[in-house]
Design a protein around this ligand. Structure first.
Ligand SMILES: Cc1ncc(COP(=O)(O)O)c(C=O)c1O
Length: 398
């Protein structure tokens, strides 16, 4: 029998994401469910301290070395969150059916801590990483947690491994929080078990001899992220499919892919957000970055650059839908002043050339600075906030 539908209800789509305000404006780190608490943290110190690598940028490369300890917290549907534990660094034993291994039910973060004056440890906007990780976890139906509590546990881990935080300029300690689905059964569904862990690695400067401009290739055949997809979240499944396209562009002499949609809508470059500093058709200077439409990762560096440049008040700062045709037109007509990417690992990444439709479009840069003036200034400003002696609202000294 057909039922008479007399009432039509409306609903709000949960994943509509167009941000015309800072993604990090309202950092609600709370959790509606019982979370783990940093006051319950237990610490087991290692009996076998690892020999630290020398602070040599050629040796201390990104992700090559781990510190002496890690933080781990387990979750299960039945028991909720376990007590957080800092334990000697170890390998995990994982069931071959674990959901993260099959369906990429996993999200992660990337933040940095720096050695400050008086031997202090400076974390840079770690609360933003906590906020972003909560959004990624929710999108994958992984358990939510109190971000402020996780931040406190990470601060304790940094204290335990403080001797690993290099005190040389340009060096830092990379923080990698990760949340994986560990249910021991095959099947695409919300996992009934999960593990949150945080590892640290000491890293040297991304570019040992200062900034280094890259050549990027506009990939018209591979898409990183589509509308309605998960490009706006830091979920593991976004990364594996980019490895082959990266290898392919490297074979033809480029360093990175510039990701865009088939209609030319510009998104990101490799694992960086993009910025274009140009003169508009009226001759006014403007800094343009693709708007957060849900397909772009809300970079913390991106957000920082927007706030810094808006504060400078020297030129317009615009977040908008940006098409590659507009970028190329600006380069061809000589209006493009600088192009650069941004991200935690690299800070600022100047771009010297864009390959698009069999042509290479180059933008001049200051060969002494190895960057444009603005990218260089931003690099210095950010480095100073991160590693300088001054207090700053984005720095938490521990
Ligand atoms: C895809 C992608 N875009 C952009 C970024 C830059 O983000 P952030 O500035 O927070 O490091 C990253 C790095 O995490 C990334 O993985």
């Amino acid at each position: 029998m057909l039922r008479n539908i007399s009432k039509v209800s409306t609903y709000q789509t949960p994943f509509k994401q167009i941000y015309s305000f800072s993604y990090y404006a309202n950092l609600d780190l709370s959790c509606p469910y019982p979370s783990f608490q940093s006051r319950d943290l237990t610490i087991t110190h290692t009996m076998h301290y690892i020999t630290k690598p020398p602070c040599d940028p050629k040796i201390m490369t990104f992700g090559a070395f781990h510190t002496d300890h890690l933080l781990e917290i387990d979750w299960s549907e039945k028991m909720g969150w376990s007590r957080p534990q800092i334990v000697p660094f170890k390998s995990f034993s994982i069931h071959p059916f674990a959901a993260c291994l099959h369906y990429a039910i996993e999200c992660f973060e990337g933040a940095k801590a720096y050695r400050g004056a008086n031997n202090s440890i400076r974390t840079f906007r770690l609360n933003c990483n906590m906020y972003r990780m909560k959004q990624s976890a929710k999108r994958l139906s992984l358990p939510d947690f109190d971000g402020a509590e996780l931040q406190r546990c990470i601060e304790q881990l940094l204290k335990v491994d403080r001797d690993w935080i290099p005190d040389r300029p340009g060096f830092s300690c990379y923080i990698r929080p990760t949340l994986i689905a560990t249910e021991e059964a095959l099947g695409v569904r919300a996992s009934s078990r999960a593990r949150l862990f945080v590892v640290l690695c000491p890293v040297g400067p991304y570019f040992p001899s200062g900034l280094k401009p890259v050549r990027v290739f506009c990939n018209t055949s591979t898409i990183r992220s589509a509308p309605g997809g998960v490009g706006g979240y830091k979920v593991a499944g976004n990364y594996a499919p980019t490895v082959l396209p990266l290898k392919e562009v490297q074979k033809i002499g480029f360093h990175q892919n510039l990701w865009m949609l088939p209609d030319g809508l510009v998104q990101e470059m490799g694992v960086c957000n993009l910025f274009f500093f140009q003169k508009n058709e009226k001759g006014e200077k403007e800094l343009v970055t693709p708007m957060l439409d849900g397909t772009i990762l809300p970079g913390i560096m991106r957000d920082s650059i927007l706030e810094i440049t808006r504060g400078m008040g020297k030129f317009k700062v615009i977040e908008k839908k940006l098409y590659i045709q507009e970028v190329i037109e600006s380069i061809e007509s000589g209006r493009m002043i600088e192009m650069f990417g941004s991200g935690t690992a690299v800070s600022i990444q100047p771009i010297e050339a864009i390959g698009y439709n069999d042509k290479i479009y180059e933008v001049k840069y200051d060969t002494k600075l190895n960057a444009g003036e603005l990218s260089h200034e931003l690099f210095d400003l950010l480095t100073n906030i991160q590693t300088g002696a001054e207090d700053h609202k984005w720095i938490k000294s521990i």
